[in-house]
Design a binder for this molecule. Structure first.
Ligand code: SF4
Length: 285
């Protein structure tokens, strides 16, 4: 008989494959693998159980979860009760001018410039009568003074010619004024007219909203839309003020003071300086 075709003989010791495993399994009262293979699922009383796919574990983290957003708002309320706009003003016009001047400039600096400015030019008509160049020396220290002069004088002229000398109260009308975009309009509408038409998105709101994973956008308009979706409308103005204060006091651009922050447990920012929670690498300014 050619080699390789020999029928398999039981070994004398009875230790052929399967026997030993079956015996060992029997002695431990567990089914042997070979025995399990022989079992037919269709055998009476041996119905195979349907295979249930294993679920991936859900960690349940949703940065936009309404409860998380509520806790962030509550934390801000607690840290900054009753805060309002830091720009000194006595009228809608003064607030509008101060907000235009605050672009790329600190509120402290603007608050040093505006009292002198409004002493010199008390009314919107006074500003409308100026040439932009005449205003430049008065606002020079706020930076970008040429553009800011054009905006302030241009806004004054439009308010006098189209709105009877009164700062308009709607977003649509405010956006027709030179140098006024949504951020400035939101400041004036929310702070002076008490109208929640949007969320003020400045450098602080941008940075902190991204650190807190309330948005992934960098564009101010998209950030504002994201925030308007998750913050209750009646809180838009207060939320803006509180976040701006938070950005000045604790959540500064470099080296935020996380150990002192009331939002620390809710914040997973990648550039935290101290943390008791896990860090999310995409949560960055
Ligand atoms: S924990 Fe730190 S990074 Fe987060 S909001 Fe507070 S100060 Fe900002």
């Amino acid at each position: 008989m050619p080699r390789g075709n020999m029928p398999r003989q039981p070994s004398r010791s009875g230790r052929q494959e399967g026997v030993r495993r079956g015996m060992r399994a029997a002695s431990k009262n567990i089914p042997a693998r070979s025995a399990a293979r022989r079992e037919s699922p269709a055998a009476p009383g041996n119905v195979a159980k349907p295979t249930v796919p294993k679920k991936k574990p859900s960690y349940g983290y949703d940065p936009l979860n309404p409860e998380r957003v509520r806790q962030i708002i509550a934390g801000l309320d607690q840290m900054y009760p009753g805060v309002t706009c830091a720009l000194t003003h006595r009228s809608a016009w003064e607030l509008l001018v101060a907000t235009i001047l605050s672009a790329q400039c600190t509120d402290v600096r603007v608050n040093m410039v505006t009292p002198v400015l409004f002493e010199k030019y008390p009314t919107v008509q006074d500003f409308a009568a100026l040439e932009p160049e005449q205003l430049e020396p008065d606002i020079r220290s706020t930076g970008f003074f040429r553009n800011k002069s054009k905006s302030v004088v241009g806004a004054a002229r439009k308010i006098v010619s189209d709105f009877g000398g009164k700062v308009p109260e709607t977003m649509e009308e405010l956006l027709t004024l030179p140098g006024v975009a949504r951020k400035t309009a939101n400041v004036v509408l929310g702070t002076w007219f008490k109208k929640n038409e949007g969320v003020v998105v400045d450098t602080h709101v941008t940075r902190i909203s991204r650190r807190l994973e309330l948005t992934r956008h960098e564009d101010a308009q998209k950030i504002e839309q994201d925030l308007m979706r998750i913050i209750p409308r009646e809180r838009w103005t207060d939320f803006s003020h509180e976040v701006i204060w938070h950005g000045r006091k604790l959540c500064v651009a470099r080296g935020p003071k996380c150990a002192d922050c009331g939002l620390e447990k809710l914040c997973h920012a990648a550039d935290k300086t101290w943390s008791t929670v896990e860090i999310h690498k995409d949560a960055k300014p």
